[in-house]
Design a protein around this ligand. Structure first.
Ligand code: SAM
Length: 217
């Protein structure tokens, strides 16, 4: 079973996402175990401080190394071999092919969610991989971590159910987008489902679908 641990200052953000739909199902079928580590538990002093101002000046606060090191140690105590993944806009752009690779490997992962202006750079000595979800900046690493985790977990064998669903999805071959899909009714607000899809001619349908799979930009 793949173990996924998440270091965050906002554990409550994860309960809805991890306990619904596919993520819930994945836990029920023992494909994955989630463990949330509250960074605040490793905070310093009576106020359990986790952040401080940057040396050299500048706006905002940074996550201090001590609580982060302690939280990662806690994750490693739980699973010594877990890979540490830091969510950061400076990381490698996340792709479907990487999600597939991580779903198929036997690794467990510890996701570290940054906050404020980021983290003390010395944390990188503990990090195996830096991941970005795109060239934009979010308030924290929680939404990026949820995105990446969802994309991995749904691909773990047995989780999606119809194993073909993932094989024919957008980006499954790294570039093609899924063909247009329709369901009932045949006519909706004067818009008709393409005739070919009603024909029952599977060879022609497959050809039409291939022709209407668009390349990702
Ligand atoms: N000052 C940082 C910078 O300019 O790169 C941005 C900090 S951001 C407000 C706080 C945290 O959100 C980051 O440390 C990271 O964990 C997370 N984050 C924001 N955007 C992200 C993205 N595109 N991909 C992954 N993580 C992101």
């Amino acid at each position: 079973m793949k173990k996924i641990q998440i270091i965050t200052l906002f554990p409550e953000m994860f309960s809805g996402v991890l306990n619904s739909s596919m993520m819930w199902k994945a836990q029920q079928c023992n494909a994955v175990e989630f463990r949330i580590i509250n960074l605040r538990d490793f905070g310093i002093g009576p106020r359990q401080q986790v952040d401080d101002t940057p040396y050299g000046g500048g706006d905002g606060m940074l996550l201090m190394p001590k609580p982060l090191f302690a939280a990662i140690k806690d994750g490693k105590n739980y699973d010594f071999n877990a890979k540490v993944v830091l969510m950061t806009p400076k990381g490698e752009r996340w792709k479907q092919s990487t999600a597939r690779k991580w779903a198929d490997d036997s690794n467990s992962y510890i996701f570290v969610c940054g906050r404020y202006e980021g983290y003390d750079e010395r944390i990188l000595t503990l990090v195996d991989k830096q991941v970005s979800v795109g060239d934009y900046v979010l308030t924290g690493g929680e939404l990026p971590a949820m995105t990446v985790i969802d994309s991995i977990v749904r691909l773990i064998p047995g989780v999606l159910g119809g194993e073909n669903s993932a094989a024919i999805e957008s980006f499954s071959d790294g570039k093609t987008l899924e063909f247009p899909q329709y369901t009932r009714p045949e006519v909706f607000k004067d818009m008709k489902v393409p005739e070919i899809l009603l024909s029952g001619n599977h060879a022609e349908i497959a050809k039409w679908r291939q022709e209407n799979s668009f390349k990702a930009k």
